[in-house]
Ligand binder design. Structure first.
Ligand code: NI
Length: 255
């Protein structure tokens, strides 16, 4: 069964049918979901949601574009929340220079502060990085040896950089984008990195794979992502599902 390592079911896009959708995950071949925090509010909502479903875990953290109003007290709240047994990671944290809101220095400051929380708590990290390849790499280099691994979520950079992250102990998160016709770079990455370094993710409600591109995404669409990776790598869908499940268990230390 498929492990969705990155979803946002607390999003209002699921308000109308969240319960039915989540209740049907198992029969649709989805065994586990990590619901990812992206702001202080969504982090709190995510922790609550994870308590309702045995198969759901959560992360706590603030997306770079949401860091403008953060305070030290928020870091203490993250530390406190991370003691809950359903919390398996710190994230999503990182840098997003696509939208320069807030500015780079503020984003970097709170990226490092949240990496400090990860180092203290021993939880792996979920990294969001968009149009910020070099700064993300150099900050994560500062933390080499201090963190308990993590995932570069919705990976969008070069094959060379993916190999560097793998050397540093990170997993590469691949989702719906790999099915897009214009996804040349990500296809090259998926083809060339080892299957034992890939985890599957939706980032739902965003980034639906073909043939559902543009519609609301949910974890059941991961079957299309599995099919695509299977074709790219010449490995059976069954094997893709089995290995990426093992990888997710290892990433989030669920053994
Ligand atoms: Ni996300």
């Amino acid at each position: 069964m498929i492990f969705d390592t990155h979803a946002h079911y607390d999003d209002e896009a699921f308000d109308a049918d969240r319960e039915e959708l989540l209740a049907a995950m198992n029969e649709n071949g989805i065994c586990n979901i990590v619901n990812v925090g992206a702001s202080m509010d969504s982090t709190k909502a995510s922790v609550e949601l994870s308590k309702k479903y045995d198969f759901m875990y959560t992360s706590v953290g603030v997306h770079p574009n949401e860091t403008g109003e953060l305070t030290e007290n928020d870091m203490d709240i993250l530390r406190k929340l991370s003691e809950d047994k359903k919390v398996v990671a710190i994230g999503e944290i990182g840098l997003d220079y696509h939208f320069l809101e807030p500015d780079k220095d503020i984003q970097k400051k709170w990226f490092r502060k949240q990496l400090d929380v990860a180092a203290e708590t021993g939880l792996p990290v979920i990294i969001h990085s968009r149009d910020a390849a070099n700064d993300t790499m150099s900050i994560l280099k500062e933390y080499q040896g201090k963190l308990s691994g993590g995932v570069i979520h919705c990976y969008s950079y070069s094959l060379e950089m993916a190999k560097e992250y793998i050397k540093m102990g990170y997993y590469i998160g691949i989702g719906g984008v790999v099915t897009f016709k214009n996804a040349k770079k990500l296809i090259e990455v998926a083809e060339n990195i080892s299957l034992d370094k890939i985890v599957l993710e939706t980032d739902c409600p965003y980034l639906s794979p073909e043939p559902n591109r543009g519609k609301r995404n949910d974890s059941t669409n991961l079957h299309y992502v599995v099919k695509k990776i299977s074709e790219l790598k010449g490995i059976s869908e069954e094997e893709i599902i089995k290995q990426t499940y093992k990888n997710a268990i290892d990433l989030y230390k669920l053994n």
